[in-house]
Design a protein around this ligand. Sequence first.
Ligand code: SF4
Ligand code: SF4
Length: 78
Amino acid sequence: MAYKHIIDNDRCKGCGLCVTICPKNVLEMSEDVNSMGYFPAHQARPDDCIFCTTCCIMCPDVAITITKVVEETEASEQ
Ligand code: SF4
Ligand code: SF4
């Protein structure tokens, strides 16, 4: 099963909670400001993500979502 990790840049207020809490050190703060003037979090090392959802749960602004990706072989079987 594959998953996709998405951070909504424009919801992120740059608090850094997700960066601190990630057990795999996947996230970092961006050097570019978003539309609200904050430096948002981004996945600096996406290959290390284990999709544990801790960052989603911690984010006070619900800026992070993890979605299940339906793979082509699965989709074609349905
Ligand atoms: S899902 Fe888990 S491993 Fe992936 S970025 Fe969030 S806290 Fe880190
Ligand atoms: S916890 Fe949410 S608001 Fe805070 S830096 Fe991470 S994504 Fe942005």
